[in-house]
Design a protein around this ligand. Sequence first.
Ligand SMILES: Cc1cc2nc3c(=O)[nH]c(=O)nc-3n(C[C@H](O)[C@H](O)[C@H](O)COP(=O)(O)OP(=O)(O)OC[C@H]3O[C@@H](n4cnc5c(N)ncnc54)[C@H](O)[C@@H]3O)c2cc1C
Length: 362
Amino acid sequence: MNETANVVIIGGGVIGTAIAARLSRRFDDVFVLEARARLGLGQSTRNSGVIHAGIYYDIGSRKAFHCVRGRRMLYEFCRNHEVPHKKTGKLIVADSPEPLEALKKRGDENGVEGLAVIDGVQISELEPNVACSFALSSPETGIIEAEALVKKLEQVAVANGAHFLTGTPLLAVEHTNAVTTLRTPRESFTARVVINSAGLYSDEVAGMFGYNAYTVYPVRGEYAEVVPSRRNLVNGLVYPMPLKSGHGLGVHFTRTTSGALLIGPNSRHVASKEDYESDRLGLEFFFESGREIVPLLRLEDLRLSYSGLRARLRSASDSSFADFVIERDPQNPDVIHLIGMESPGLTSCLSIAESVSEMIPA
Ligand SMILES: Cc1cc2nc3c(=O)[nH]c(=O)nc-3n(C[C@H](O)[C@H](O)[C@H](O)COP(=O)(O)OP(=O)(O)OC[C@H]3O[C@@H](n4cnc5c(N)ncnc54)[C@H](O)[C@@H]3O)c2cc1C
């Protein structure tokens, strides 16, 4: 069967679904092709569920812009659509104030509201079990139930008339007589506009269009969970200083919307984009990382939990947070590629959707 669509979005993660919700306000015939049996089974529900404030990212970067704007949009969306979330605030802890002041300066310049460096007395009022001399307090940071967000965005898109085809991978792209055809196992599509929002596979989908400029590397993040009887060790979100390598925010404590207390994620390159479990780190790793922040943590408090794979672009220097890529295909200007959409992609999804919409004329 051959379908003609105004817009086809490849990938039903939180970003593809947010784009569908936005574009279906403007266009009929918005289709989302999702390879897996359900939406959101890639990065979008295997993450920390943190609504980031926007502190870490290079000034002027897409990550900084979309995180700050997307956070504000997300809180409003969650309030209006009853998506479980909470503005918990967050602490980034350190032994001296200098590195925190530098982070605060970057956050201030990115437009993050309310950042303050606080001392040990103020820390113990918020987090009595956290042993640290100084912290950067970020009152705008929060948590969200990512699965509920994906479901709500889908509902909004469907109410606007969008179509979601799960279990429908894009297999190939063919160009004949200036017509681009998207092949899936069942149907084929011709579309006016195509959005590549395929997460870990966005480089390979770009390759189907003949665009091979980027390579996405799967970088696994593994979590441990604190047993329910010890969850109260931490009230909210407590992070160390971000890794000097630029490859992560550091193993942190996250109290989720369901009340669970997670420790993680680490950051390790794996060979396969489907390898969530092989050679998992032992509990000792999480214990050693966690007790640097919470000395009362015991090894027997921990259980292994889930893991996720980040869709990471290797930056030119390989030592900084590579920025989001949101750009037109050089050969097919009606095709827009979203590549390297790792953290803070969950926080940023509504802002990214807004920008993608602005790239598409009526
Ligand atoms: C460990 C970890 C922790 C994170 N923590 C946070 C956090 O606390 N806060 C935050 O803001 N962000 C966080 N992130 C990042 C966030 O999860 C991602 O930025 C966001 O989920 C990206 O959404 P997406 O829709 O681009 O990708 P995905 O959710 O990966 O969706 C891509 C979809 O494309 C589908 N697909 C792939 N190939 C094809 C094809 N050929 N045809 C059809 N469909 C295809 C996949 O099945 C998948 O469902 C974290 C990520 C990880 C891994």
